[in-house]
Design a protein around this ligand. Structure first.
Ligand SMILES: [Mn+2]
Length: 363
């Protein structure tokens, strides 16, 4: 993982931060950065530490319980093993170099940060932004994992027409989706699936209930599988048995907005301009101010990975960043439409990893 570690320190020095080493503590909160910078497999590694140095070297401090797993997947890291709490703290003190420790403030609890400060006697420097930028640009192997997770998810979307029947509840459909995702090769779900029927679809983060499917309903489905720890995240909106003019109009507006967003996501673009272009497009239609969330977000080891795509996003889009593009229109009491794909930024045309059709579908 030397390349990733060096890239992180490049971002840190670009920001003129004084950091002697970076500490990732897999303690009170399960910090996924631990796996990003170590690539460890086959264990939970709770209570372990990872220390990163500016020359790209890294060490893993773990317990005897996880020693075997650590030795097997350590890559170019060194492994130190403790069997008592005292040894754990001593190993940490011995391996922290310098006075200033970089720590991702957004991934540790206040409790843990206070403890680390006390043990080390060092200054803690927030490097959460630099970690976000490091993780935002994906390596080939990461894109491959997101691609496979997205293929599994797309395949499950293609099975939806066979899962539906009049009277099925949202919860029952979620269970079927979960079963098929795993059968299609997902190691886990990226998040709890969302199935929203009829007017329920106007809530973007709806929690599926016992509502039943009726003729003329919107069917908004948002789900994703995981592969090698990498997430997919995809949304489609279908219509059950019939479709009225207003529903069709909403759908077509969202689809055009989504295609516009994909088109605007090019290397060199300022991220917020992409969001704003899509919001402006929707606001010029009869659905003004009905697009009520951000255009998308990064995807990777987390469903909502590092950088967002919203009106505050000041950074520049770069090649090999991976984003969702997911505009929506939501009319309370009536329903909503969202269409979401995962795309990889490429020099010319972006690559779309979620492949299931976006043609209007009445099932
Ligand atoms: Mn999403």
């Amino acid at each position: 993982m030397k390349g990733r570690i060096k890239r992180l320190f490049e971002f840190i020095s670009k920001e003129n931060k004084n950091v002697d080493c970076v500490l990732i503590s897999r303690t009170t909160l399960p910090d996924i950065n631990f796996f990003y910078f170590s690539n460890l497999k086959g264990g939970l590694f709770n209570g372990s530490f990872l220390i990163l140095y500016p020359d790209g070297k890294s060490i893993i401090i773990t317990s005897t319980m996880e020693q075997e797993a650590a030795e097997k997947s350590k890559g170019d890291s060194e492994v130190y093993v403790f069997s008592t709490k005292e040894e754990r703290i001593n190993l940490l003190k011995e391996n922290i170099k310098g006075e200033n420790i970089g720590l991702s403030f957004s991934s540790v609890s206040y409790f843990e940060a206070e403890k680390l400060k006390e043990i080390s006697g060092c200054n803690l420097v927030d490097i959460s932004k630099e970690i976000s930028f490091t993780r935002a640009i994906k390596e080939k192997s990461e894109i491959e994992n997101i691609k496979i997770a997205s293929e599994i998810t797309s395949k499950t979307f293609s099975q939806i027409p066979d899962m539906l029947r009049e009277g099925i509840t949202e919860k029952e459909l979620c269970l079927k989706i979960e079963f098929e995702l795993r059968k299609n090769g997902a190691e886990a779900l990226a998040y709890d699936p969302i199935a929203a029927f009829g007017p329920n679809s106007s809530l973007p983060h709806y929690e599926s209930s016992d509502s039943i499917l009726r003729k003329g309903d919107f069917i908004l489905l948002d789900f994703g599988g995981k592969y090698n720890r990498y997430c997919s995240d995809m949304t489609r909106t279908f219509f059950y048995k019939e479709l009225n003019k207003k529903q069709k109009n909403i759908y077509e507006t969202v689809l055009n907005a989504q295609l516009l967003g994909i088109d605007e996501l090019k290397p060199g673009a300022v991220a917020k301009n992409v969001h704003n272009a899509v919001a402006k497009y929707i606001d010029a239609t009869e659905f003004k101010e009905k697009f009520i969330h951000s255009l998308g977000h990064g995807v990777g080891l987390e469903t909502h990975d590092s950088l967002g795509l919203n009106s505050d996003s000041e950074y520049i889009i770069e090649e090999n960043m991976v984003f969702t593009v997911e505009p929506g229109i939501y009319l309370p009491g009536f329903g909503g439409v969202r269409i979401e794909d995962i795309i990889v930024i490429k020099k010319k045309k972006p690559k779309i990893l979620t492949t299931y059709s976006k043609d209007i579908l009445v099932i």
